[in-house]
Write a protein that binds this ligand. Sequence first.
Ligand code: 5GP
Length: 141
Amino acid sequence: MTAYDPDNIFAKILRGEIPAYKVYEDDDALAFMDVMPQSDGHTLILPKVPSRNILDADPDVVAKVIKVVQKVAKAAVNAFGADGATVMQFNEAPAGQTVFHLHFHVVPRYLGVPLRPHTGKMADAALLSGHADKLKAALAT
Ligand code: 5GP
């Protein structure tokens, strides 16, 4: 498998070199809003330890991050009044992965509302910031 590239966009967010609408952070994981959300509240959760995806990740790292995925999914459903949530995770480009640092998508779902495309448009900054505030508040309860 191709080696991990430390200059991928999520590695830069983890190092604080580029900004993100962060909603949760602990010793092992970081969660922030997806800038091209497939639904309102679309959030990404990643481990701090580098790996390209689930195929080269340490199982203990996956176990820690999945707990955060569950925490974010539950908070997002509450925060956005969603009817459910889709959890997605892609491994390598043929499987749909576009950023090569392991991450999980939590996509709140709303009855009768189809997902927007995976590579869509950048959302409005004020909208993302408002969604991040809502989710942070739900995660703090
Ligand atoms: P993948 O296809 O690798 O599973 O998904 C990568 C996700 O990262 C996409 O949903 C895309 O919208 C999101 N994304 C790409 N660049 C950035 C960025 O600079 N900041 C944030 N917050 N999300 C990004």
